[in-house]
Write a protein that binds this ligand. Structure first.
Ligand code: SAM
Ligand code: SF4
Length: 339
């Protein structure tokens, strides 16, 4: 018998921010070597038994959805490296009647040509695909792999499968791809995509981030507008991290600029993260984690797990501290945390 536990209060942090958005990292592993993320490959992996199983992820997500989470995004590392991700997607898609509105996946796109249709059939709503260059040489130099054509085919496959609206993430890094910003906007127009330009953040495993490498959101916008004038989108930001624009001439596609370094948006943050080994992180830049895995595996009852989730969310940081003089890069990198 299923006992429905009535949860009436939404997840709220101590600054009154309602938490609606959960990012779940499925693995720390990756088949790419993006220099701004995992330049030297994965550090030693956590033992397999420390990873959350699909059943544990489902259990955690079910409780989070009952507490008001509306969006779940699967990420990593490369989430499609986790075996049979379609099984997990089916389990999570079953949470829609309980209040999940949006089930998405962030991927480097490598596996999409063969698997996009299966992801859709399993219940995935949409994908975000990372694409840092439209030029084969720059793509290889930024990602460590020579597979631009395959990723472009992955975008086509996602579109054909109806995993829409498709977002494309490009991390813009000085000296690498800033000259391509307007080309990307053209690509979004041509293929009716939601282009997301992301400032380079200090979350790289090489610890090589430098402020001088950050191309600011403002510069990104100026570079786009030299070719394609923009106007604010009808929904400018909402609960999203990006400032959104559409093309002034009414062309299809959309542009979003995610500028956590130069224009922090922490006041509107509605997000928490669950790492592949079951740690809740309340901010990308948190220096502490909270073991939901230990809570679940320790035999906590359902109300006890819910209490734990609420108590962790109350510890969410007011903001990130990238721009403070004593900022310390978190020990875990983007590939562990789940971007
Ligand atoms: N492997 C998948 C992918 O690349 O889409 C999912 C995980 S990846 C960590 C998620 C997103 O984080 C990607 O769009 C990636 O470009 C972004 N990212 C990784 N390292 C970053 C950094 N140091 N600064 C800004 N964005 C970063
Ligand atoms: Fe892998 Fe994604 Fe990190 Fe690139 S950004 S190394 S594809 S996890």
């Amino acid at each position: 018998m299923i006992v429905k536990f009535n949860v009436t209060e939404l997840l709220k942090d101590s600054y009154n921010r309602v938490i609606r958005d959960l990012r779940v990292s499925l693995t720390d592993r990756c088949n790419f070597r993006c220099f701004y993320c995992l330049p030297h490959g994965e550090p030693p992996m956590a033992p397999k038994e420390q990873m959350l199983t699909y059943e544990e992820i489902e259990q955690a997500c079910r409780l989070f959805v009952e507490l008001g989470i509306e969006k779940i995004r699967l990420t990593g590392g490369e989430p499609m490296l986790r075996r049979d991700i379609e099984t997990l997607i089916r389990k999570l898609a079953a949470l829609k009647p309980a209040g999940l509105h949006d089930l998405a996946l962030t991927t480097n796109g490598y596996f999409l040509p063969e698997r996009a249709a299966g992801l859709k059939a399993a219940g995935l709503d949409r994908v975000t695909i990372s694409l840092d260059s439209l030029k084969p040489d720059t793509f290889r130099q930024m990602t460590g792999v020579d597979v631009l054509e395959r990723v472009l085919a992955g975008i086509e496959a996602a579109k054909a499968a109806g995993l829409t609206p498709i977002k494309i993430n490009a991390v813009i890094v000085r000296g690498h791809n800033e000259a391509e910003v307007a080309d990307f906007a053209g690509f979004a127009r041509e293929h009716d995509l939601r282009m997301r330009f992301i400032e380079f953040m200090p979350l790289d495993s090489g610890h090589d981030w430098s402020r001088a490498d950050v191309v600011s959101g403002r510069e990104i916008r100026e570079r786009i507008e030299e070719r394609f004038p923009l106007v604010p989108a009808p929904v400018r930001r909402g609960a999203e991290t990006s400032a959104r624009f559409v093309f002034a001439d009414g062309a299809p596609g959309e542009v979003g600029i995610i500028a956590p370094v130069s224009e922090p948006f922490c006041g509107a943050c509605s997000r928490i993260r669950l790492t592949a080994d079951g740690q809740i992180r309340t901010c990308l830049f948190s220096t502490v984690e909270h073991s939901l895995r230990d809570c679940i595996r320790g035999g906590a009852s359902r109300p006890e797990i819910i209490d734990y989730m609420r108590s962790v969310v109350l510890k969410k940081e007011p903001r990130h501290f990238i721009n403070d003089p004593d900022f310390r890069q978190p020990a875990r990198t983007m590939s562990f945390i789940g971007g």
